[in-house]
Design a protein around this ligand. Sequence first.
Ligand SMILES: [Zn+2]
Length: 275
Amino acid sequence: MSFELKQIASGIWSGSFSSFPSDVASHGLSGRLGGVSEAPYDSLNLALHVGDEPEAVIVNRRRYLTALGLDAARLVTPEQVHGEAIARVTARDASRGALSYDDAIAATDALITDEEDLPLLLCFADCTPILFLDPVRRAVGIAHGGWKGTVRRIAAKTVRRMQDEFGSRVEDILVGIGPSIGPCCYEVGAEVAEQFRAAFPGHERELFTEPQPGHTHLSLWAANTIQLEEAGIPREHIDCASVCTACNHAIFYSYRADGGRTGRMAAVIALKKQS
Ligand SMILES: [Zn+2]
């Protein structure tokens, strides 16, 4: 079980989880290299809502999804609002948000589907991408775990929704936690720390470090892992990339390290047609 970052097309780097069977689904976590966007969005910005030229984003999306073997024209993406709404999407939703932010799935922070050839795409720059794959019931999902989504347990709620919608069993679901801001760089204030203490009692040592007195750092990787285990996902099915986007902001977008105005990476997953 490991996370690997490799060049999948000319200049384009993408991360993947070795635990996700490639005959069932295609997936990837993009980096920032190999696209056409200008600074401060340089260069593989995959988000339409951050002020970049839409034409550049559409070229980037086409480049990245083609490199993954997917059709960018069919991708489905939501308007992410740091909430906890989860949408099940079907073939009827194909292309929503692909060319315009206006028809993206409204106010939603996780997508799930059992539809084949329907790429799900969510955008990130420090927030935690959480990918789901049930190879038995053949279903996939992606959740957006910023601190708000994480403390509201969006990852655990996505698992529950896959159980309800697809009959997924927790012992079958594979989970990948992608590159995002690490405990090395994620300093939080007292109010945020307090919410995590209340939401995850007894996990102080996994959640928090104090590199300097008075400076509390939070691990979103730990908070997501804890809630997934509590939801019943076996520990050995949770693959955490443990790659910090702020430490590595030359190859990833980092909202914090780039000073707020920057592009977005994408997490993408699509079920393959059964052969
Ligand atoms: Zn870091």
